[in-house]
Ligand binder design. Structure first.
Ligand code: NAD
Ligand code: GLY
Length: 384
């Protein structure tokens, strides 16, 4: 089956361009890809993963990387958002030191967004920056988190508060890994995929919805037939275009191609996650509701047509069942919205929609309390 290749480019730093390779079975060729993109002197690799993913895919990754003459040392972190912290980061850094990695060596992340974010940050910090490869194994990480160079760990006071931008040297997406992914994780990934289309590309939105109409979202039946790889590659191309134009998410930009539009749905999502102590929602599920809240506000401000909001609702429904949110206290959600870490100059910046595929950044002071409360009430109803 053909493999899709997407290039991520940076105008000011042509040498930093990298490829995202998408296809079924690409994990078996990860050694060849690593040799292609890493420094010719690279000898050692630290493979950072977690127990669950390593048991499923570690042996294949090790075999391919070792066949390409790398000395590979695995390091496993705990599974879950609570392990994406400074303690795990410190342990990972200590491991890189003990394993004797040198400046020309590299870190490989094998796992979902949590492994990718932490391994990327460890790579960025150790010896002031090692090369780094992403092998994302969740849909969310394949369409979004593995591309674009955001790395981070959490603090007790907030998510992703410690991090840097550090672009990978390559991203290897193997769609066959999605076969073992639990249905809820697929739903979460599809929500982030719908986000891309809704915020910035109407054609991608339609393609994603069309795929979901013909595939059961809770299965990855198409994992090896090429259509899924094409769709994931289309999402990666979209993200690559946005990231290339605004790598560091310039807070001064308010235009519809700013990287900030990728935070569509995230203002409410972070509040929903915070008021439920990060226990009820997968991040992508919270984004599903967050997009609906932003859509409701957009409609109430007269920016978005009702028929477009209805299409957005259908798309979120097609992603799969979301945990209930209609029992959550709107006052607590509004309180949590106010402490959004993406606020600028003391006010929350909402990513709203002018239409599907065209986002607009709106200052929170333009949204009155009644509109916000009514939008929350309407959007947090059961979706299926
Ligand atoms: P995750 O990394 O927790 O993975 C979800 C679950 O699936 C975990 O239990 C994991 O062990 C398991 N898993 C992974 N691959 C599997 C497979 N193939 N088969 C079976 N189980 C598998 O969650 P996620 O949704 O991938 O990532 C969420 C994280 O990503 C959050 O911390 C979020 O902040 C971050 N994120 C980062 C960016 C970015 O640009 N860097 C973007 C979006 C999200
Ligand atoms: N996931 C949003 C971004 O990478 O900017």
């Amino acid at each position: 089956m053909a493999t899709e290749r997407v290039r991520v480019r940076f105008r000011a730093r042509p040498a930093d361009e990298y490829h995202v390779i998408v296809g079924a079975g690409t994990l078996r060729h990860s050694g060849t890809e690593a040799r292609r993109c890493l420094n010719a002197d690279a000898r050692r690799l630290a493979l950072i993963s977690n127990k669950k993913v390593f048991e499923l895919y570690g042996a294949t990754a090790l075999k391919s990387l070792r066949a390409a003459a790398f000395r590979v040392e695995p390091f496993l972190i705990g599974d879950g958002e609570r392990f994406k912290n400074l303690r795990s980061l410190e342990q990972a850094l200590a491991f890189l030191a003990l394993a004797g990695l040198e400046r020309t060596d590299a870190v490989v992340a094998l796992g979902g967004g949590i492994v990718g974010d932490l391994a990327g940050l460890a790579a960025a910090l150790y010896l002031r920056g090692l090369s780094f490869l992403q092998i994302p194994t969740t849909l969310l990480a394949q369409v979004d988190a593995s591309v674009g160079g955001k790395t981070a760990v959490n603090m007790k006071t907030g998510k992703n508060t410690i991090g840097v931008f550090h672009q990978p040297r390559a991203v290897i997406v193997d769609t066959e890994t999605l076969r073992t992914l639990p249905a809820r994780e697929l739903t979460a990934g599809w929500c982030e995929a719908v986000k891309h289309g809704a915020a910035g590309d109407r054609r991608l939105f339609d393609e994603t919805v069309d795929f979901l109409k013909h595939e059961s979202p809770g299965k990855a039946a198409a994992a090896s037939d090429g259509r899924l790889a094409q769709l994931i590659a289309a999402h990666v191309s979209f993200k690559a275009a946005i990231v290339s134009g605004d790598e560091r998410e310039d807070v001064g930009r308010m235009d519809y191609r700013s990287r900030r539009i990728l935070n569509f749905g995230h203002t409410t999502a972070h509040a929903l996650e915070a008021v439920t102590a990060y226990r009820r929602f997968r991040h992508g599920e919270a984004v599903g509701y967050g997009m609906l809240v932003a859509g409701e506000i957009s409609k109430r401000l007269g920016m978005l047509d009702s028929s477009e909001l209805e299409l957005l609702r259908d798309a979120v429904r097609l992603c799969g069942r979301l945990p209930r949110a209609d029992d959550l206290d709107p006052t607590r959600i509004i309180g949590a919205l106010a402490s959004d870490k993406k606020s600028v100059g003391g006010s929350v910046k909402w990513i709203l929609l002018e239409r599907l595929g065209r986002a607009s950044i709106v200052d929170g002071r333009e949204i009155n309390a009644r509109t916000l409360r009514a939008s929350l009430r309407a959007a947090l109803q059961r979706t299926s």
